[in-house]
Design a binder for this molecule. Structure first.
Ligand code: 6PG
Length: 482
């Protein structure tokens, strides 16, 4: 019997996906550039399974049922292009290559178009959930050549996470790089969620003087509320974890954050598309600031920076923090969905936002009860422009607003940096303000550069220039917007 799918790349994600496929009755042909890795896998985790090995791409391709499906679980970037080039002469028209790495979506756009010319289908899919997700059910976000979906659907939906109702956390996202785009936004949201949790942690630790044990209880408790999510759950676990000397391990970890680029891509994309993705962007910058450790240490000394203790009832503050976190999280997701809407419009992807929320409901790093509510919001109104206008989320924002302002104000007063929590509030204040000061800004632009402005008392699209100083000319600059 021939193989259902070939998987290239036997690092931990590749191995675990293969084992997952095997558990679901698919016959997998496993290949790795280094032959020894194939042997180690076959003699180790893949022993006594239906998994077969292949020591070359040619051998792998020969062992596959047609249309052949080859999934690349290799490092994103040039390595993917190199495998594609090696596979092209081995494959036939109608065969399918799947890239399951964290690829930047313009690369997937390019590869879909390139392989289409050769009659080969290409799918770029987000796979989220880390090692554990890959092994027992990740969230899978495939996009690319739509003709290929029916052939890979049973495998990808079979191995994906399922919601409580048994729905697969995997569905067709859209053409071209749509799958990798949605995975990129997922990762951006992941950055935002993590930073928001970290800001609440710092407020509790530095402002309220709480211990790791105290905070562990708080996060475990929050995990039974609307904040029920994987990231809150693991935060409680982390705070509980002791080093060999019995002290919390978290306290000994150097405070400089790493990043592999997906959050940065999300921020860049938002700037390109003109979407105010403030929270995710702040979370990326927070990682950048954290990495300037030596400068921060020196500057703390130079400015004599201290954080004043936060006075008042601790339990009240903790509850206010929970509300600030929840409300900020709504803003983050609202911004993320705004970005997806704009990208979908510009690229003609026709994204189904309810389905995206469903794909993220289980298996992935941002999985949460909250995503079930987001799905409901899009089921009620598929075109909702701002998630915060949905009745469920609007009620939460309104209920949390007082506590959220209190936390934001206090953080500024005592000197605890909470860039995501505070910028989310500023975003809501801006979004709900009918008249912003951009009238003055337009006047400034017109004053120094004759960039023109529109008037409240005239039709939109009519542009005016004023000779503000009497010494400027009457010639206006062009009115284009990027
Ligand atoms: C996932 C994760 C995964 C990975 C990120 C980490 O969805 O399973 O997002 O893709 O953990 O690449 O990103 P950083 O290294 O940038 O934090």
């Amino acid at each position: 019997m021939k193989g259902d799918i070939g998987v290239v790349g036997l690092a931990v994600m590749g191995q675990n996906l293969i084992l997952n496929m095997n558990d679901h009755g698919f016959k997998v042909v496993a290949h790795n550039r280094t032959a020894a890795k194939v042997d180690q896998f076959l003699e180790g985790p893949a022993k006594d399974t239906n998994i077969v090995g292949a020591y070359s791409l040619q051998e792998m391709v020969e062992k596959l049922e047609t249309p052949r499906k080859v999934m690349l679980m290799v490092r994103a970037g040039d390595v993917v292009d190199s495998f594609i080039e090696q596979l092209i002469p081995l494959l036939d028209k109608g065969d399918i290559i799947i890239d399951g790495g964290n690829t930047n979506y313009p690369d997937t756009n390019r590869r879909v178009a390139y392989l289409r010319e050769k009659g080969i289908h290409f799918i770029g899919t987000g796979v989220s959930g880390g090692e554990e997700g890959a092994r027992f059910g990740p969230s899978i976000m495939p996009g690319g050549s739509p003709e290929a979906w029916e052939a890979v659907k049973p495998i990808l939906q079979g191995i994906s996470a399922k919601t409580d109702k048994g729905e697969p956390c995997c569905d067709w996202v859209g053409n071209d790089g749509a799958g990798h785009f949605v995975k990129m936004v997922h990762n951006g949201i992941e950055y935002g969620d993590m930073q928001l949790i970290c800001e609440a942690y710092q407020f509790m630790q530095d402002g309220l003087g709480m211990s790791a044990d105290d905070m562990q209880k708080v996060f475990a408790d929050w995990n039974t509320t609307e904040l029920d999510s994987y990231l809150v759950e693991i935060t409680a676990d982390i705070l509980k974890y002791r080093d060999e000397d019995g002290a919390p391990l978290v306290d000994k970890i150097l405070d400089t954050a790493g990043q592999k680029g997906t959050g940065k891509w999300t921020g860049i994309n938002a700037l390109d598309l003109g979407i105010p993705l403030t929270l995710i962007s702040e979370s990326v910058f927070s990682r950048c600031l954290s990495s300037m450790k030596d400068q921060r240490v020196a500057a703390e000394k130079l400015f004599g920076k201290t954080v004043q203790p936060v006075e008042g009832d601790q339990q009240e503050w903790v509850d206010a923090l929970r509300q600030a976190l929840l409300a900020s999280k709504i803003i983050s997701y609202a911004q993320g969905f705004m970005l997806m809407r704009e990208a979908s419009n510009q690229n003609g992807w026709d994204l189904n936002y309810g389905n995206v929320a469903l794909m993220w409901r289980g298996g992935c790093i941002i999985r949460s009860a909250f995503l079930g509510n987001i799905r409901d919001a899009f089921e009620n109104d598929a075109e909702i422009a701002f998630l915060g206008s949905d009745p469920y989320f609007k009620a939460i924002l309104e209920n949390c607003l007082g506590a959220w302002r209190k936390v934001a104000a206090k953080s500024l007063e005592v000197g605890i940096p909470m860039p995501c929590t505070t910028s989310a509030l500023s975003f809501l204040d801006g979004y709900t303000t009918a008249r912003l000061p951009a009238n003055l800004l337009q006047a400034q632009r017109d004053y120094f550069g004759a960039h023109t402005y529109e008037r409240l008392d005239r039709e939109r699209g009519e542009f005016f220039h004023t000779n503000w100083t009497g010494t400027g000319g009457d010639t206006a600059s062009t009115t284009y917007d990027v």
